[in-house]
Write a protein that binds this ligand. Structure first.
Ligand code: NDP
Length: 225
């Protein structure tokens, strides 16, 4: 069965991704900041491995790459992400902005760099990043969320750029999961993680080399930059 590595798997969309891929028989390498407290993750049957990974830690990424050296990985799923509080016009904060950028944009690219050989050795050769249509300029932002929106727009650019560098080697794509009931999405969100993740998995399964560098909704439609 194929192997998938997922970040941010202790809750939310990441946890549901683990559940569905594991239930489907995939070899799931689940990463999270603190495996000791990831009680729901540890209850999922069929996970191959749980790795401690703070995606903003270069040391963690280097250690993970060392532990996985020589292991083919079919799909990398950059899921971990954060938003910022009080991030509206007039109250943006430099430190907060930099932290959001690190998690949402820089870390996903660092993971592709660190695991590129594993992915190239896999059968599917896919590096997927969970983005958001809140980072789309084509969809006319409604204001606020400066750090979050700009970090995800930058994530999209970083991955489009990497798709150019890795053309012919890997398929890189961004997926908007919808507005989902998680700690981040809140209880008003229309989608349950189960529905969102089912869509994300269908999109990933259908990706072909020609789709590299593209931005998809969870229903498979395209999202403007
Ligand atoms: P949650 O807030 O529920 O979960 C976020 C996950 O990211 C947690 O597992 C968290 O771990 C992890 N994480 C945060 N910072 C780090 C870090 N430095 N290192 C490792 N892991 C980290 O969010 P969602 O599940 O809703 O979001 C998942 C992805 O989907 C994100 O990229 C988000 O931007 C995107 N998204 C979500 C939408 C929604 O409506 N929910 C809409 C559009 C996009 P910990 O518990 O340790 O903090």
């Amino acid at each position: 069965m194929p192997t998938i590595l997922i970040t941010g798997t202790n809750r939310g969309i990441g946890l549901e991704l683990v559940r569905q891929y594991a239930a489907d028989g995939w070899q799931v390498i689940a990463c999270c900041r603190n495996p000791d407290t990831a009680s729901e993750l540890k209850q999922v049957q069929g996970i191959v491995d749980i790795h401690a990974l703070d995606v903003t830690s270069d040391a963690d990424i280097t250690r993970l790459a060392g532990e996985l050296a020589g292991k083919p990985i079919d799909v990398l799923l950059n899921n971990a992400g954060i938003t910022a509080k009080n991030d509206s016009f007039g109250s943006t904060d430099t430190e907060t902005w930099l932290r959001v950028f690190h998690v949402n944009c820089i870390a996903p690219l660092h993971l592709v760099e660190a695991l590129v050989d594993n992915l190239a050795a896999g059968t599917q050769k896919k590096a997927i990043s969970i983005s958001t249509r809140m980072g789309s300029m084509g969809e006319s932002p409604s204001g606020s969320y400066y750090a979050y929106r700009s970090s995800k727009a930058a994530l999209n650019m970083a991955m489009v750029n990497a798709a150019a560098d890795l053309r012919g080697r890997l398929i890189l794509a961004m997926i908007h999961p919808g507005w989902v009931q998680t700690d981040m999405g809140g209880t008003q969100a229309p989608l349950r993680p189960q529905e969102s993740v089912a869509g994300i998995r269908r999109v990933i399964a259908g990706l072909k080399p020609v789709d590299s560098g593209q931005f998809f909704n969870h229903d498979g439609s395209s999202i403007p930059w």
